[in-house]
Write a protein that binds this ligand. Sequence first.
Ligand code: AOF
Ligand code: ZN
Length: 350
Amino acid sequence: MARALELARRGMATTHPNPRVGCVIVRGDRVVGEGYHQRAGEPHAERLALSQAGGAARGATAYVTLEPCCHTGRTPPCTDALLAAGIARVVAAMEDPDARVRGRGLEALRTAGVAVDVGLMEGEAARLNRGFISRAVRARPFVVAKAGISLDGRTALASGESQWITGAAARADVQRLRAVMGAVMTGTGTIRADDPRLTVHEGAPRQPLRVVVTSSLAIPPDARILAGDADLMVLTTTDGPHGDRLRASGAEVVAVGGAPGQVDLAAGLGALAARGVNDVLVEAGPTLLASLLDQGLIDELRLYVAPMLLGNGRPLADFTLAKLSGARAWRYDEVRSVGRDLRLILTPET
Ligand code: AOF
Ligand code: ZN
């Protein structure tokens, strides 16, 4: 299973919206077939491993990082392929949360007389597909908020200058992170202040969907985010004349409602999930970040802390607490150095 997970990770940046899945077929003490899912529409891990194993699959055990599917999607059911090949035992790391499967794949195998075990290395498997699971179970993507901050929690000087607070190694780390996310999200404040492109460096296998949250639709016509060949989605409250201008420049404009001046963020995330986005990287300023935090919509905080003090600058998130007892607690999941900076990964304390 460890090998199957390693194979699955090769699809890290390319399987969207599908899960990352690896499969290893073992006969006796010999690996006779290996496969991993590469791209939606292309064969599932199980089929690739089976075709490598050929006749040696008869009586063998298949280790799969996700329950084999039993439905016809873009490709036919893997349960049929496993049965046809004469696989005797299937070990799955976890059940498939996809509504079309949810245990029915394992059930079909059991009914046909295959020995089935589930749960081996489940934690690792679930982590690998946390976005896919989030979309299947909560109908919204897994949301990671990222920021580069100073020791005193500033993301820019009072003048707005922010390039660069973190070092080259931290910025390269962010590029790698963007490359495996379904979407990258920001707000109009950041567009005006930093004019980011939000793309992944050249040579990346794919570009994440870029998402701008804006109640006013007032994205400057010369904003760099409007150029470039990566897809752009604009989430807004209600459509308006600016919407047509943005559509003309190639953006997809989606009105999700909300109070005046407040895009309904939960609905926006729902719209992203409906479009097949498993995970979102939020690279936003203090206003959008405060709204997401306030609504409990951030699943992971990833902070790159530069060894400098910036004094009276822009805060990470713009909110005021009445009482210290009202502060939400986060848990440090990881603390490590990246170049000259620190990388902190935090999740909400439950
Ligand atoms: C994958 N790769 O290796 C496995 C998957 O539209 P399809 O035919 O590609 O089906 C996608 C679904 O198949 C996916 O949501 C998941 O439930 C199941 N298993 N998917 O992309 C794989 N084993
Ligand atoms: Zn399948």
